[in-house]
Design a protein around this ligand. Structure first.
Ligand SMILES: Nc1ncnc2c1ncn2[C@@H]1O[C@H](COP(=O)(O)OP(=O)(O)OP(=O)(O)O)[C@@H](O)[C@H]1O
Ligand SMILES: [Mg+2]
Length: 228
């Protein structure tokens, strides 16, 4: 049988408008996206074009006003709060520009957090968190508090936290936006390795040297997505 492989996710006709007072901002005006398992995709577009808005929808942190979003073959518009919480915790790993680590908390404990929510037994939490931190080159920093780490190291802890539940999709919103060029290179090495191991990555960036690591770029312009 010559059946075309189903994408990991696809979205069609996504619309999102924000209203502040009397001002309406139409951010997404019918955006279509398709991501296949194992892909490494970047999303680009000018500031305010809707990149974070799209990422939040793809990561179930926000819902579209209109449009269809199918994740692993399931129409997500019917998901209730419990299903959404479960998918956010187990299927999606999110990395933010500002790291978002718990302060005065060790690297190991930061990475254990999603597993605590997922009800993973403590021994397994420690083994998996250690492995995740080793995989981002931080095996020697397990017990350092987050505020004792450099920006690049903090972001690698955030990546370890994002991948520790073995999610289907890692979404990163300008993960190198606060890093210097040496830490950016280090970070991109980590993303390249994760992708080689089979992780699906979607990364928002303004930087061409980050986008050059991806298989393809989705460009948001005028509220719609263009493939380039
Ligand atoms: N919660 C919100 N309430 C009102 N307006 C919002 C909200 N979130 C985003 N916006 C507006 O929607 C537009 C798109 O925002 P978004 O954060 O998606 O852009 P972006 O492409 O990620 O930009 P940047 O590159 O600066 O991060 C912007 O004009 C922003 O001001
Ligand atoms: Mg943004």
């Amino acid at each position: 049988m010559n059946k075309k492989k189903e994408p990991l996710l696809y979205a069609q006709g996504l619309k999102k408008t924000y209203t502040t007072g009397t001002v309406k901002t139409e951010v997404l005006k019918g955006a279509d996206v398709e991501i296949h398992a194992g892909e490494f995709v970047t999303i680009m577009g000018h500031s305010g074009s809707g990149k974070s808005t799209l990422m939040h929808i793809l990561g179930f942190l926000d819902a579209p006003d209109e449009g269809k979003y199918v994740f692993e073959g399931k129409d997500t518009s019917k998901f209730d709060d419990d299903q959404l919480a479960e998918i956010r915790n187990k299927k999606i790993g999110f990395v933010f520009q500002s790291f978002n680590l718990l302060p005065r908390t060790s690297a190991l404990d930061n990475v254990r957090l999603p597993m605590i929510y997922a009800g993973v037994p403590e021994k397994e939490q420690i083994i998996k968190a250690t492995k995740a931190l080793e995989s981002v080159g931080l095996g020697h920093r397990l017990n350092n508090l987050s505020n004792e780490l450099s920006g690049g190291e903090q972001q690698r802890v955030a990546v370890a936290r994002a991948l520790v539940n073995n999610p289907s999709l890692i979404l990163a919103d300008e993960p190198t936006g606060n890093l210097d060029s040496a830490s950016t290179k280090e970070m991109m090495k980590v993303f390249d390795e994760l992708n080689k191991k089979g992780h699906t990555l979607v990364i928002v960036t303004h930087e061409d040297n980050v986008a050059s690591h991806a298989h393809r770029t989705i460009e948001i312009h005028d509220g719609v997505c263009k493939r380039s």
